[in-house]
Design a protein around this ligand. Structure first.
Ligand code: ADP
Length: 264
């Protein structure tokens, strides 16, 4: 608590009153700390691939370029790191745009079946690479919901991609969509590596990763779930996680259907 006393004396010799201004600055400090940490994290995340890129360019310039095999290997690494930088910047821009506009975005009618058909093309291709069985179960006659269509699609994609990424080869990933008590529930379930209990509360923080090295190796930016969280908020919804280490995880999104939307 920050307390500020202001003297209300017109005549410096006569105090006629004292006004106390009491402000809770704990929240302000917390926000400031989060902002500073975020900038530090972004700088670090951007710097890592850049350091690697400039290192390999330097080595190429100082002679490695003459050896075809070495040259090709280094160029491949530069390529991969450049891709990672691009992905990171794309995710940062997406996150900041969703965060800033989440309550002021255009509201379009979203046909859930249509979106799932679109996301399935990508999901099936990814699952196939790892011989993962990917299934969807959609209740019939799902009502439309209203919000930003692109964001809704991105939310499904991020959750399904994660489920595939964090599941061993030949595992299983399932997507369920159903309506209950005026809510749309979207459940993405896998029988993959699972998440330690103590990490679950921090999963939706930007750049939070259970295993940084592993996530980097499989191409993660650490921003996917932060993006998902803000999209869910834009739909006035909520997201929960159930997970057991070594057994699998389940991400449950609940989106309320308003009466107007139900009638539409
Ligand atoms: P990343 O780009 O690292 O995947 P996300 O924000 O999408 O970042 O996810 C944050 C972390 O949560 C991941 O690094 C991973 O440790 C964990 N995670 C997310 N989804 C799953 C899942 N389905 N199974 C196990 N761990 C998961």
């Amino acid at each position: 608590i920050y307390t500020n006393f202001i003297r209300l004396d017109m005549d410096p010799n006569r105090i006629i009153g004292v006004m106390a201004l009491i402000q809770d600055i704990t929240e302000m400090r917390k926000l400031e700390k989060m902002r500073t940490e975020f900038v530090a994290n972004v700088s670090h995340e951007l710097k890592t691939p850049l350091t690697s890129i400039s290192g390999f360019i330097e080595t190429l310039k100082s002679g490695a370029i003459d050896n075809e095999k070495v040259r090709n290997r280094f160029l491949d690494i530069i390529d991969i790191e450049t891709e990672r930088l691009t992905r990171l910047i794309d995710d940062l821009l997406t996150l900041s745009s969703i965060e800033n506009h989440k309550f002021a975005t255009k509201k379009e009618e979203i046909n859930i079946n249509e979106i799932i058909n679109e996301t399935n093309v990508m999901a099936e291709a990814l699952a196939k690479q790892k011989q993962i069985t990917y299934n969807t179960e959609l209740e019939s006659n799902l009502p439309s919901i209203y919000g930003n269509r692109d964001w809704f699609k991105q939310m499904i994609l991020n959750l399904v991609e994660n489920a595939i990424k964090y599941t061993q080869e030949q595992g299983q990933v399932k997507l369920f969509v159903y309506e209950r008590y005026n809510n749309i529930f979207i459940v993405v379930k896998d029988n993959g590596i699972g998440i330690p209990k103590e990490d679950i509360p921090r999963l939706f923080e930007r750049f939070y990763r259970v295993d940084k090295a592993r996530s980097r190796k499989i191409g993660g930016t650490g921003l996917g779930l932060a993006i998902v969280k803000h999209i869910v908020l834009s739909f006035n919804g909520e997201i929960k996680v159930n997970s057991q280490l070594g057994k699998g995880s389940e991400f449950i999104v609940r989106i309320p259907i308003s009466e107007r939307e139900k009638l539409a």
